[in-house]
Design a protein around this ligand. Structure first.
Ligand SMILES: *Cc1c(COP(=O)(O)O)cnc(C)c1O
Length: 458
């Protein structure tokens, strides 16, 4: 590291270089993502139907497949200034540790109290709810990152925030729950006895510790049965990918400043929002034939929606109250095995990314969790940041690709998304250190069972 560096360790943007509009990758897609369907009629959801569940400006964004740019309202840009631009870091120390000729960059989204990229969309969704004059919003949260981000956003705009938290996380992750309460949110363990769907699930599965799909059903029911409330979702939806495009736009501006052209862009994929946001401007170039990038989604081997799921219409939630989405899915009642600790547990994948993947415009790999935590530690020890387990899926594949370059001598430029920090995931790290972490990979028979229960839509 004695030679002079042409590229700084951290590439920051000036305030006036920050994006003023989100980029809508759907505008460049020849094959648009399939529309959401009404679960009863199997007809595309109209704006009016969606307006019963979501705020009206967000419905417009959800259905807009054509506008390339959508202005980021001034109020949201002001909030973004509290923690954006996020740094694009040249991983010099990781490169040195691996002895790779590859150049590695990561976009770090963990520099805010909620600890992840989810705040980028939470603040947008809270803003539009406020603008519509609503009292508050409801949502679900699993491990708690989305609930935390939304609590912060709601407190900023003075909105009530009701969070249904998957019961097992509510009990095992009390600290995340308390952060939400600091920001004024009410947090209910799900399944609860305060919604019809919660009561039904509790009756059918006594002692259940809940799932994301179940918490979504409860949050939706709460929103549609209370005047002045709407439901908000932290991933999967088109509007969320749109808001998250701020990640990719900043990344592109930073790279362009130094004339850097990535060969590979890697991101972890749960519901697909950070990856969708990171790749949006690059995918736009690829779709227009202006540039080519090798784009890789990384998912857990224990929840492999892209690599082993079906591309089909499915429910977004267990209670089957949400619209149907066409996506790569493992089935709405799929729950990863109990020893799965690395996050990214959602059964489906963003319809935008699903279409891009189906069209061969990106690829996907799955990784086992012990390998993910090994990569997390390698990274933490040289780059200093304690990564979230979710983010570490991307680290794993970035390291693997950099090691391939070491073998072949190729000097690839790799960019990956480092979505957040792992301070609230130390029980998972503890399991890893104590050798109590195992890799469970579902069998073909198990996956076929879940897939056989997909709704029939023609
Ligand atoms: C929620 C979360 C993810 C996964 O969600 P996506 O919608 O796939 O981006 C990844 N990393 C962190 C830190 C998260 O909190």
């Amino acid at each position: 590291m004695s030679e002079e560096r042409k590229i700084p360790y951290k590439i920051y943007l000036e305030e006036d270089e920050m994006p003023k509009a989100w980029y809508n990758v759907r505008s460049a897609m020849k094959n648009k993502p399939a529309p959401l369907l009404n679960p009863a009629t199997h007809q595309p959801m109209t704006a009016e139907e969606l307006g019963g569940v979501f705020c009206s400006d967000l419905v417009a964004q959800e259905l807009d497949n054509d506008s390339a740019f959508i202005e980021i309202p001034q109020e949201i840009r002001e909030f973004y200034k509290m923690y954006r631009p996020s740094p694009l870091v040249r991983a010099y120390y990781l490169e040195e540790k691996l002895g790779t000729p590859a150049e590695i960059y990561y976009k770090f989204e963990g520099n805010n109290t909620s600890g992840s990229h989810k705040l980028n969309s939470a603040i947008a969704q809270a803003y539009y709810a406020k603008k519509q004059g609503l009292k508050g919003v409801t949502t679900e949260t699993g491990a708690g990152q989305w609930g935390t981000a939304l609590s912060m956003a709601c407190s900023y705009f003075g909105l009530d925030c009701k969070v249904y938290m998957v019961k097992v996380s509510y009990e095992q992750k009390p600290f995340r729950r308390e952060v939400m309460r600091v920001y004024g949110a009410s947090v209910t363990p799900s399944p609860s006895m305060s919604t019809q769907v919660g009561k039904k699930i509790n009756a059918e599965h006594p002692g259940t510790t809940g799932s994301l799909g179940c918490a979504i059903s409860e949050a939706v029911e709460d929103a549609v049965t209370h005047e002045g409330y709407r439901y908000v979702l932290g991933s999967v939806l088109n509007q969320v990918l749109l808001h998250q495009s701020v990640i990719g736009l900043e990344t592109k501006i930073a790279l362009d400043k130094y004339g850097i052209k990535p060969d590979m862009i890697i991101g972890c994929a749960g519901g697909g929002s950070n990856l969708g946001g990171l790749i949006s401007p690059f995918m736009g170039e690829k779709l227009r034939g202006e540039a080519d990038y090798d784009i890789i989604a990384v998912e857990p081997a224990s929840c492999p929606s892209f690599t082993r799921g079906k591309y089909a219409y499915d429910f977004c939630d267990t209670g089957m109250v949400c619209p149907l989405a066409k996506m790569y899915t493992l089935g709405a009642d799929f729950i990863p095995s109990a020893n799965h600790a690395g996050g990214l547990r959602y059964h489906g994948m963003s319809p935008v990314l699903s279409q891009l993947y189906d069209d061969g415009l990106m690829r996907a790999v799955s990784v086992e969790q012990t390998k993910v935590f090994e990569a997390a530690e390698t990274f933490a020890r040289v780059e200093g940041i304690l990564p979230a387990p979710e983010s570490s899926h991307a680290i794993r594949v970035a390291i693997d690709e950099a090691l391939k370059c070491k073998e072949t001598g190729e000097k690839k430029t790799i960019v990956f998304g480092l979505t957040g920090t792992g301070y609230f995931d130390l029980v998972a790290y503890e399991k890893f250190h104590n050798g109590q972490m195992s890799d469970y990979i579902p069998t073909d028979e198990e996956l076929a069972q879940y897939a056989s229960r997909l709704p029939k839509v023609d």
